[in-house]
Design a protein around this ligand. Structure first.
Ligand SMILES: [Zn+2]
Length: 100
């Protein structure tokens, strides 16, 4: 039970059993963000429009990349469209999250 963390199905499927990802800035393998031991706000910020998650550390960037947190890989960008809607009705981004 010590390895459990709440997450959505999509992220869980993309994380699979990976513990590392590639930081696109350095092309190096970096540990993925661990929500049980690390603080989200130290590794990620929201874009100014609240639509994209931006990794600000090697771990943040590797996690964005591995989990495709902005839904850029398949072209539908469903996640960005959803976030845009949430922003328009004031549900997003979360109040305590850092924004670019
Ligand atoms: Zn998710």
């Amino acid at each position: 039970m010590q390895n459990l963390a709440l997450c959505c199905r999509r992220c869980n499927e993309r994380r699979y059993n990976f513990t590392v990802g590639i930081d696109p800035e350095t092309q190096k393998e970096e540990p993925l963000f661990n929500p049980r031991t690390q603080r989200w706000s130290e590794h990620f910020i929201w874009s100014q429009d609240g639509v994209k998650i931006i990794g600000v550390t090697p771990t943040g960037r590797a996690t964005c990349n591995r989990l495709d947190l902005n839904d850029e890989r398949l072209g539908s960008q469903f996640i960005q469209q959803s976030r845009r809607l949430w922003v328009s009705v004031g549900w997003h981004p979360p109040e305590d999250d850092p924004i670019l």
